[in-house]
Design a protein around this ligand. Structure first.
Ligand SMILES: [Fe+2]
Length: 468
C-alpha cells in the first residue's frame, strides 16, 4: 500500500495491517494496574485496509477496535477490523472500490452483480465503541451501528429490534443517563434535513422519539444531556451528498449564518428553545448541567469546520479550546467564555456525573504549537471549581488519545478514578496509560506496553465487567 500521497496517513496516522492477539504475560507492565478493575478499555478509529482513492481527515478509514482487557491486575490485548459489508466487498475483490465521504464513487456494475455492497457511502464503523444494554456496538454517525461480540468479532448491522428504519443514521455520541440508564441518542437521515432524539431504555429497548425540524441538514456530531434537556449545536457546517457524487468539495462553511444552540426537553412535550450566536464549530461536549434556571455547557470550541484532504489548508493551526457556555432560560441569552488556553480535543468526564454538576473535565491536550498534525502529547485535567488546567506531557513527539474516565468501583469521588488512553511515543513504544484522576501531573500509575502500534483514532470507552 502506497500512502505517500496522503498526509493524514503518515506517522501514527498510518494504519496497522495486522489483527493481533496478545495474551497473559505478553504485555510488559510498568507500575501497577489497579487490581479492582475488571473490564475492557476499547477504542475505535480509522484504519484503512486498502490504499484509498481519496481520504478526508478526520472522517474516512475502515473502523478498527483496539481492546485491552483487564482483570486481577493483568492485561490482554486484541485488535480487529469491524467487518462491514463495504470492507467485506473490498476484501472479496482485493482492492479499493468505494470513494470517501469527500468524493463518492459510483459502485461498478460487476460489484453489484457479484452481490457486493451497492451503497457508495461507506459505513466506516470507525467513530466510537459503546457498551449499553449488554450490547457492544461500533458506531458511525452516517448509518446503523455494528453489533460486536466481546472478542471483537462482528455480528452485523444492528437496528435496535427494528426501531431504526432503512436510511436512519444513528449518532456515534449517545449519552447514558446515570439515573435511569437510558441511552439518549439521535438519528439523522441522508434524505431529510430533520433530526430525531431517540431514547432507549437501560436494556436497549426503544422508548421515545422527539422530532426536531430543520430547513437544512447540518453536521451535528455530538449531543449533551442535562437533567431535563438535550442540547445540540447547529453550526453553519454542511455536507452536500450530490456534490460528493460529482467529485466536487461537498463541505461548506457559512459563518454569516451563525451557530444555533437548541435546547430540547427530554420529556418530548415542552417547547424547544433556540439560542443564536456568532459562528463556531464543535466536535465534542465535555458535560452540561442545570443550575438556577440556567444551563451550563462545557465543550471544545473550534473556530470553524475542521475537515481537510491536505496539510496546509489551515486545519493544522485551528484554535480549539475548552469553553463554558451559559444559557439563561429567563432572558433567552447566552454567554460563551474560554475556560483555558490549552489546545485540547476529545473531552470526557466522570460519567456518573453525566448531565449533573461536576468538578473535573479531561481531554487530550497539547502544550506544543498545533501546527504539524502531530496530535496531542498530553492528558489535560480542567478543574471547573478552581479554573486550573493541569497537564501531563508524555513526550514531545508523543500522541495521546482520548482520556476515558474509569470510575473506582470502591469510591464515588471523582479524584479516586483513573484516566485511560492509548499513547504512542516514538522511541518508547505503544502503551495504555493509566493515570490517577486525582494526580494527573504525577503521570501514569501503570503503562501497559503493547507489542504493536495503535494508530491515532477516535473514541474510547471503559466497558465495566466485559471480559472474554
Ligand atoms: Fe466524536
Amino acid at each position: 500500500m502506497d500512502l505517500s500521497a496522503f498526509p493524514y496517513l503518515q506517522g501514527n496516522y498510518a494504519p496497522v495491517l495486522e489483527e493481533s492477539d496478545f495474551g497473559l504475560g505478553d504485555l510488559r507492565v510498568e507500575g501497577e494496574i489497579p487490581a479492582s478493575l475488571t473490564g475492557a478499555f476499547m477504542r475505535d478509529g480509522p484504519n484503512t485496509a486498502y490504499q484509498p482513492n481519496h481520504y478526508v481527515y478526520p472522517l474516512d478509514g475502515d473502523g478498527m477496535i483496539h481492546a485491552v482487557y483487564l482483570k486481577g491486575g493483568q492485561a490482554t490485548y486484541k485488535n480487529r477490523w469491524v467487518e462491514t459489508s463495504h470492507l467485506k466487498t473490498e476484501r472479496k475483490f482485493g482492492r479499493t472500490i468505494y470513494g470517501s465521504v469527500g468524493k463518492l464513487l459510483e459502485v461498478p456494475a460487476e460489484v453489484i452483480e457479484a452481490g457486493g455492497e451497492p451503497n457508495p457511502v461507506r459505513n466506516t464503523a470507525n467513530t466510537n465503541v459503546i457498551y449499553h444494554g449488554e450490547k457492544l456496538l461500533a458506531m458511525w454517525e452516517g448509518g446503523f451501528p455494528h453489533l460486536l461480540n466481546n472478542d471483537l468479532s462482528t455480528v452485523g448491522l444492528y437496528d435496535y429490534d427494528g426501531a431504526l428504519k432503512p436510511g436512519d443514521a444513528l449518532t456515534a455520541h449517545p449519552k447514558i443517563c446515570p439515573d435511569t440508564g437510558d441511552l439518549i441518542s439521535c438519528t439523522q437521515r441522508w434524505d431529510s434535513p430533520n433530526y430525531w432524539v431517540q431514547i432507549f431504555d437501560k436494556n436497549a429497548r426503544h422508548k421515545r422519539t422527539i422530532p426536531v425540524q430543520f430547513e437544512r441538514k447540518g453536521i451535528i456530531h455530538d449531543l449533551q444531556i442535562t437533567e431535563n434537556h438535550v442540547v445540540i449545536i447547529y453550526a453553519p457546517a454542511f455536507h452536500d451528498v450530490t456534490r460528493a457524487m460529482r467529485g466536487e468539495d461537498p463541505f461548506s462553511w457559512e459563518p454569516e449564518k451563525g451557530t444555533r444552540i437548541l435546547v430540547i426537553p427530554r420529556n418530548g412535550k415542552d417547547e424547544i428553545v433556540t439560542y443564536e450566536t456568532e459562528a463556531f464549530f464543535s466536535w465534542h461536549f465535555c458535560n452540561g448541567f442545570e443550575r438556577g434556571g440556567k444551563i451550563i455547557i462545557d465543550y471544545v470550541w473550534i473556530n470553524r469546520m475542521p475537515f481537510t484532504q491536505a496539510q496546509g489548508t489551515g486545519v493544522e493551526k485551528q484554535p480549539r479550546r475548552m469553553y463554558r457556555m451559559t444559557l439563561d432560560n429567563a432572558s433567552k441569552t447566552l454567554t460563551n467564555e474560554k475556560f483555558s488556553d490549552v489546545f485540547c480535543e476529545f473531552s470526557r468526564v466522570d460519567e456518573r456525573r453525566m448531565g449533573k454538576p461536576y468538578r473535573y473535565g479531561f481531554a487530550a491536550s497539547s502544550d506544543r504549537q498545533w501546527a504539524d498534525a502531530h496530535g496531542y502529547n498530553c492528558t489535560g485535567r480542567f478543574d471547573f471549581d478552581t479554573g486550573e488546567t493541569t497537564l501531563f506531557n508524555y513526550g514531545e513527539q508523543a500522541n495521546a488519545g482520548e482520556p476515558v474516565y474509569v470510575p473506582n468501583p470502591d469510591s464515588p469521588h471523582e479524584e479516586d478514578g483513573w484516566l485511560m488512553c492509548f499513547v504512542f511515543n516514538p522511541g518508547e513504544g505503544q502503551y495504555l496509560s493509566i493515570i490517577s484522576a486525582g494526580d494527573v501531573a504525577g503521570g501514569p500509575v501503570a503503562k501497559v506496553y503493547i507489542p504493536t502500534r495503535v494508530p491515532n483514532g477516535f473514541h474510547a470507552n471503559w466497558m465495566q465487567n466485559l471480559t472474554l
